[in-house]
Structures are given as structure tokens and as C-alpha cells.
Design a protein around this ligand. Structure first.
Ligand code: FAD
Length: 470
């Protein structure tokens, strides 16, 4: 019997897609990468994932896991090999209010987890624009970040335990619910962010937090990025660290957004270079209860800080959302970033991390350097400024791979010299493999290769991703 027949025996004909039935699995979200998988396995549970992996391992068949396929690094590229979709493993197994945990299968869509948890008066605090498609297994495998990292951390910080099917089909059950467990090496953290190169995440124990009772959300114009950091720090002090999001959009991004979405509105009457979307979440009842004069304390904190900073000149203008509709409008602008960027080409995208007080210097350095590489290049970025992550794109004059590589290398050069990282939250996939080869510490790279060989000696787990070719 050949492998596909055996897989059909395990999964049933309907859940081993072949030929034209694989159409929905042949390209990434950006349309940057496309491929033809041999077949797509759609297991229903961990036992079926294990059975698929045992057969693939025996046959030496590469396997590429796929969750929501919203990854931005080409990690689901699977030409001529088996894809394994987690989409049918979509149960929220349990929400335990007192322990503040959710036990989920890997195919649970992020927004479905939000809904399930909200219904219990709690919150899973990771969010970003692709929440309607991205799945927990994908979030864990890319160690996704998003807009609330400054308060709640990235996906790794929100995970207590994992279930992983290894390359040979063994099931590693480390579904710990513990906040403390120093019993040897932290295997969980090895699989988080591994982009499917070490095993297949099938389930996880995720942390929950209290749901904010109210939000104060505003668009703020600052004279400079350093002025914006004064606002961030002042607000953190005034609210006891309750700033949930601090997102930077330069004037050029606001212009590009208006061009892409002609029905959208500008955040301010005047055009500003530094626009910040700031959100404070009030979890304590005292911050969310209407005062006698009808004001909401969490909004009052924000207003007071903004008024003080306007007097000091560190804030130029501000609009505080007065309704859910206004809050949604502010978020829609920021969350449209991927759509705004992908309609412009040729383009070099990067996903870098810097110390918060280095972001302005980085942008100045790039302004100086870019004309020497490409006279007509412009840069366009958005940033999770609260955690130092910039999605810095260069709109270059021509579709010339050598020029585009040169731009990427120059960005890396500046970032690394400033103590930053060339990869903040989207992962390495295929797109950042050259950067891994150039910039990753060689000792770290050698250790990663040893880990890969130990866990996947036949090299069948998402081959060709993350690690540069030897
Ligand atoms: C509009 C938009 C906005 C975005 N905003 C953000 C943002 O703010 N922050 C952020 O971090 N990311 C963001 N992303 C990127 C993307 O949504 C995240 O990387 C997300 O975590 C990917 O989840 P997914 O389910 O789509 O994974 P996929 O794209 O299916 O997979 C991603 C990688 O993980 C591997 N993988 C998937 N599932 C498993 C599994 N169960 N076990 C092992 N490996 C697996 C895949 O092989 C691949 O290498 C955005 C993307 C879009 C399109």
C-alpha cells in the first residue's frame, strides 16, 4: 500500500484532500508564496495526528503543519509534500474560571477563543488583525505578539502547557496547569516559536486574565517619538501599568491608509507625523464605575495625563473615543496595516525589535542611509511602539532582488548595531532565512541544528524553514 492509501485508511477519504481539493491550501495569505502539496491531511484528534506522523516518519515524507495560514514568513510553503491541517481540532475543551485557564485544541480560531472566554467574564488577552483566521497552534508556533504585549506578554508568556506530536508519532504530554514547575529543561518553550520544525502542537493550556470593565482609547498626536514615550511612561505611572496598547502610525501611514480606504477618516484635522493609538484597560471596579459627574475614572486618568503633557508640549492633539464605534474606527485604521502594505510594491518588509528609546534613532539612521542605496526609496512603517516592534517597510524604486537584499541587509546592520533583533513576532519561515544565516549568533545556530537533529533525525518536520541551509 502506498502512503496516501494508508493515510486514507487512518483519516477516511473525505479528510485526505488530493488534487483539486487542495486548492485552498496552495498559497500564503500575502500571495507571495505558492506551492502544490502532495495531499492535505485533516486529522480529527491527537491520535489521528500521531498515526499520520508515524506513517510519514516511516515513509520519510516531509510534513508541513498548517493552522490559519495567516503567517507572514512563508512558513506553510509545502511543495510536493504532505500538509497537516489542524482545522478540525477546534474544541475549547475547558475553561476553568477559578484557575484562570483555558484548555484548547490547536485548531481553535483566536476570535472563537475570545468569544468563549468573554462569555465567562474573562479574557484571553492576545489579539491582532488576523484573529478571525489565525489558530492557537499557529499563534504558539510563531510565538505571536500583537497589540497587547506590553501588558500581557507574547504567546509564550500566556502558555502554561502543551501537547505535541513528535516527528515519529510519539505524543509528548506536558499539559501543565502550573505556574511553577522547575523539573528539568523547559521543553514547552522549545516548541513555542519553532514554526512546526520540531513537532506538531495539538493542544495547549492558556492563561486567562480579568476582562477589562472599561477602556479609555485615544488617538494622540505627538511632536516626536520621544514625546510619545513620555506619554507612555506617564500613563503607566498614572494607571498602575494598565496601558494595553501603544501603537505608532506616522503621517505617511495615515496617508496610505486613506488612499487604500477612501471612505475612512483621518484621525485629526491637521496632518501629524507622529500618531499614537493608545488604550488603557480598567480591570479594577473603582476605575470603571461612573463617577457622580458621569465621568469614567479610567478616561479621567487619560485626560489628565494628556492635558498635562499638552501644557508641556509633549502632546499636540488628542481625540478620546466617546463610543464603541469611535474606538473601533481607531482600531480599524491600525489593523488595516497588512492590507495597506500589501497593495504597494515593490516593497521590502521587515519585522524588527529595538529598545523602546532606540526607535527614533533607527528611523533617523534609515532616512540617512536609504538614499545612498536607492534614490527613490521611501519608508512606510507601523509599530507596536509599546514593545519596540516596528514593521518597517521600504518601498523601493524597482523590483530588483539584489537591491532588495541590499536594503534588508542595511536594515539588519543598523538594527543589530543598536542591540535589536531582525525578527520580532512573525517568525523566520522562509523569508528571514538569509537574515538567520547572516545575523544569528553562530553558537546559537549550531545548538538549534543539534536540537533539530535530536528531535527530527529524518528532517521531515517542516523542512527548509527557520534554519538556514547548511
Ligand atoms: C492581517 C494580519 C495581521 C497580523 N498581525 C500580527 C500581529 O500583530 N502580531 C503577530 O505576531 N502576527 C501577526 N500576523 C501574523 C500571523 O497572523 C501570526 O503569525 C499567527 O500567529 C499565525 O497563525 P496561523 O494559525 O495563521 O498559522 P499558520 O500561518 O498556519 O502557520 C504559521 C507557522 O506555524 C506552523 N504551524 C501552524 N500550526 C502549527 C501547529 N499546530 N504545530 C506546529 N506548527 C504549526 C506552520 O507550519 C507555519 O510555519 C498577522 C497576519 C495578518 C494576515
Amino acid at each position: 500500500m502506498d502512503l496516501l492509501q494508508e493515510l486514507e485508511g487512518v483519516l477516511g477519504k473525505a479528510n485526505l484532500l488530493r488534487g483539486d481539493d487542495t486548492k485552498a491550501y496552495r498559497a500564503d495569505w500575502m500571495g507571495k508564496y505558492s506551492w502544490h502539496p502532495l495531499a492535505v491531511a485533516r486529522p480529527a484528534d491527537t491520535d489521528e495526528v500521531a498515526a499520520v506522523m508515524r506513517l510519514a516518519h516511516e515513509a520519510g515524507m516531509p510534513v508541513v503543519p498548517i493552522s490559519g495560514n495567516t503567517g507572514l514568513a512563508g512558513g506553510t510553503n509545502a511543495d510536493g509534500v504532505l500538509m497537516l491541517s489542524l482545522g478540525r481540532m477546534n474544541k475549547v475543551r475547558e475553561i476553568r474560571q477559578d484557575a484562570r485557564i483555558a484548555i484548547v485544541e490547536a485548531g481553535v480560531i483566536l476570535s472563537s477563543l475570545h468569544d468563549a472566554v468573554d462569555a465567562q467574564g474573562l479574557r484571553f488577552p492576545m489579539t491582532f488583525g488576523a484573529r478571525g483566521s489565525a489558530m492557537l497552534g499557529g499563534l504558539l508556533s510563531t510565538n505571536a505578539g500583537g497589540s497587547n504585549v506590553l501588558r500581557y506578554g507574547n504567546t509564550r508568556a500566556l502558555c502554561l502547557g502543551l501537547e505535541v506530536v513528535l516527528a515519529d508519532g510519539q505524543v509528548l504530554d506536558i499539559m501543565s496547569e502550573l505556574h511553577k514547575d522547575n523539573s528539568g529543561y523547559d521543553l514547552k518553550d522549545l516548541f513555542i516559536g519553532a514554526e512546526g520544525t520540531l513537532g506538531i502542537i495539538t493542544a495547549a493550556v492558556m492563561k486567562l486574565v480579568p476582562a477589562p470593565r472599561a477602556h479609555a482609547t485615544a488617538m494622540v498626536a505627538a511632536p516626536s517619538l520621544s514625546g510619545a514615550l513620555v506619554l507612555l511612561n506617564r500613563l503607566q505611572e498614572a494607571t498602575g501599568g494598565a496601558v494595553e496598547a501603544f501603537e505608532y502610525m506616522p503621517g505617511s501611514f495615515v496617508d496610505a491608509h486613506l488612499e487604500a480606504f477612501p471612505k475612512a477618516r483621518a484621525p485629526f484635522e491637521a496632518r501629524h507625523d507622529v500618531n499614537i493609538l493608545v488604550e488603557v484597560g480598567a480591570t479594577a471596579p473603582r476605575d470603571a464605575m461612573l463617577a457622580e459627574d458621569g465621568s469614567l475614572p479610567v478616561v479621567t486618568y487619560l485626560e489628565e495625563v494628556l492635558v498635562g503633557l499638552m501644557e508641556e508640549g509633549a502632546v499636540l492633539d488628542a481625540v478620546i473615543a466617546q463610543s464603541d464605534a469611535q474606538r473601533n474606527e481607531m482600531w480599524a485604521r491600525r489593523e488595516a496595516a497588512a492590507e495597506v502594505m500589501t497593495r504597494i510594491s515593490p516593497r521590502v518588509d521587515t519585522d524588527i525589535a529595538l529598545p523602546l528609546d532606540g526607535v527614533a534613532t533607527f528611523l533617523e539612521r534609515m532616512e540617512e542611509i536609504l538614499p545612498s542605496i536607492d534614490d527613490d526609496a521611501r519608508h512606510l512603517e507601523v509599530a507596536h511602539l509599546g514593545d519596540g516592534n516596528i514593521h518597517f517597510s521600504v518601498l523601493c524604486s524597482r523590483n530588483d532582488p539584489a537591491l532588495m537584499d541590499q536594503i534588508t541587509e542595511q536594515v539588519e546592520e543598523v538594527v543589530v548595531a543598536m542591540g535589536g533583533s531582525f525578527s520580532a513576532e512573525h517568525g523566520i519561515g522562509i523569508s528571514k532565512k538569509p537574515s538567520m544565516a547572516r545575523r544569528k549568533n553562530p553558537v546559537a545556530l549550531a545548538l538549534m541544528r543539534q536540537v533539530k537533529t535530536a528531535l527530527d533525525p529524518k528532517g521531515i518536520m517542516n523542512p527548509g524553514k527557520v534554519l538556514p541551509d547548511a
